[in-house]
Design a protein around this ligand. Structure first.
Ligand code: ADP
Ligand code: MG
Length: 383
């Protein structure tokens, strides 16, 4: 089956005075696994519902392949959706839950043929083969005779997926489909879903508020906030090159630290001053700050990129030391999350637990300069 592209072109959805989605332009490649991620209320579900045809855009165009679908009814869009609250038909066995949509479609396409018993039998056989094939794929063959109430949450979720897959849609839409599962089952189902999507090659748009889920599933990730798309990129791009402070602190846990610094001239080049410490920069960073001497800038550094003299790997390009005092030490087995006060701001550093640090210790830290981010404090945009 040929995978389809999906395009949002300047799509806006307004509910009264609330702008749920604000001029969303997003191009999804055929076969891609695109994850929409952002905090609750940022417009993810509304974007999916517009693509499914369950909401009309206030403005803008939505395309599936080359076809403008704004005026196409939901059932003619060839889309399958899996929601958080996947409603299975409670009185139907798993088999019939999966077969239901197929039967409707086959019957609609071939109503006249039903007078011919031979045709009806052929259709029944075709549906049966398809249901069993998909059940096998999702490892629920043994459950086909059960009722939904006789299934665990994870099993029900698989049935919901099977029901979507069996229809061979052009596009899958998934809205937080794993959020009702407990942590272990969620991790497992997530890994299986990724494999399954790769195997089926169907264009998939997946919504979650969980950045970890977004990072592990997406071919690309679209980060949204307040209805506005902030950045689209591969997991690697949004993690290592966040476009602004929102993306920088939303993706990654614990979040990236932000610290105010002054741009100063040092040895004829821009450098950063934090408190009384001067941090010379890499050439590329100094260049970006050319002409900004006297201004302030936000430094971004991830907890994993902060070291003490004793934890620093030999190949890291480290900053000059910054004076810091340990405030809170949270043990996580192999590492500690150490809350450090630097120039009045608290940073979280993930430090090897082999280096013993106590609350109240003075711990000069060095930042991995290659992974130091710079943001404009006024706009939050990356410098
Ligand atoms: N049917 C609706 N009527 C009014 N406001 C809505 C409706 N659906 C969503 N909203 C509002 O639109 C915004 C985006 O909601 P939603 O798309 O559900 O966000 P998300 O899925 O990211 O949590 C929220 O402010 C929400 O309250
Ligand atoms: Mg939602």
């Amino acid at each position: 089956m040929k995978a389809e592209s999906v395009r949002f072109e300047q799509v806006t959805k307004q509910f009264g005075s609330v702008i749920a989605v604000n001029r969303l332009t997003l191009h999804i490649q055929p076969g891609e696994f695109m994850v929409l991620v952002g905090p609750s209320g940022c417009g993810k579900t509304t974007a999916l519902r517009m693509l499914a045809g369950l909401e009309d855009p206030t403005e803008g165009e939505i395309y599936i392949g080359d076809r403008l679908v704004n005026d196409v009814s939901p059932r003619d869009r060839d889309i399958a959706m899996v929601f958080q609250n996947y409603a299975l038909y409670p009185h139907m066995r798993v088999y019939d839950n999966i077969a239901f949509g197929l039967r409707l479609r086959e019957l609609k396409g071939a109503l006249w043929q039903l007078t011919h018993w031979g045709e009806a039998r052929a259709i029944k056989k075709r549906i049966d083969e398809r249901v069993r094939q998909v059940a096998q794929m999702l490892e629920i063959e043994g459950l086909l005779h059960r009722l939904p109430k006789e299934l665990s949450g994870g099993q029900r979720q698989r049935v919901a997926l099977a029901r979507a897959i069996v229809r061979q849609p052009k596009v899958f839409l998934m809205d937080e489909p794993l959020s009702n599962l407990d942590a272990k089952l969620r991790d497992q189902t997530r890994a299986e879903l990724k494999k399954l999507q790769e195997r089926l090659g169907v264009t998939t748009i997946y919504v979650t508020h969980d950045q970890k889920e977004a990072m592990t599933l997406g071919t690309r990730i679209a980060v949204m906030k307040d209805g506005v798309l902030q950045q689209v990129g591969t997991p690697d791009e949004v993690y290592f090159q966040p476009a602004n402070t929102f993306v920088a602190t939303f993706i990654g846990a614990p979040p990236m630290n932000l610290l105010n610094a002054q741009v100063v001239e040092h040895d004829g080049k821009p450098a950063l001053q934090v408190g009384s410490a001067i941090l010379p920069l890499l050439e590329s960073q100094a260049q970006k700050l050319q002409g900004r001497a006297g201004q302030s800038v936000l430094m971004g550094i991830r907890p994993q990129d902060i070291y003490t003299d004793r934890t620093a790997p030999p190949d890291a390009i480290l900053s000059a030391p910054l004076p810091a005092v340990a405030d809170v030490v949270e043990p996580h087995g192999d590492r500690n999350d150490v809350h450090l006060v630097v120039d009045g701001t608290t940073l979280i550093a993930q430090l090897s637990a082999r280096v013993k640090i106590k609350e109240g210790d003075a711990v000069p830290v060095r930042l991995h300069l290659e992974y130091l981010h710079l943001f404009d404090p006024a706009t939050g945009e990356a410098v």
